[in-house]
Design a protein around this ligand. Structure first.
Ligand SMILES: [Zn+2]
Ligand SMILES: [Zn+2]
Length: 91
């Protein structure tokens, strides 16, 4: 897995997988700055969803690049993952 940089929309790198309190008191979830193919993932260039995964006993947060269909998972996909019967929830 190549290294994905996550941010809160301001370009400053943050750790994925947790929420951050931002200006105004609301909470923000990190999003990837770019897809693995180098496309910038702006507000209307990424499809956010989640995928229930028995292998990790929780959900992956998924960010799909609308330009190339690359999907970035958090937590990262493991060898035990089988998403072919995937239970996708898009929002
Ligand atoms: Zn892309
Ligand atoms: Zn999985």
């Amino acid at each position: 897995m190549c290294s994905i940089v996550w941010h809160l929309g301001d370009g400053k790198p943050v750790e994925p997988g947790r929420l951050y309190q931002v200006r105004g008191g609301s909470w923000a979830e990190p999003v990837p700055i770019r897809c693995p193919n180098g496309h910038r993932l702006g507000p209307h260039q990424v499809l956010v969803g989640s995928l229930a995964c028995p292998a990790i006993a929780r959900h992956h947060r998924t960010h799909a690049c609308l330009q190339c269909d690359a999907v970035i998972y958090w937590p990262p996909v493991t060898e035990a993952c089988d998403h072919t019967r995937g239970n996708w929830i898009m929002r």
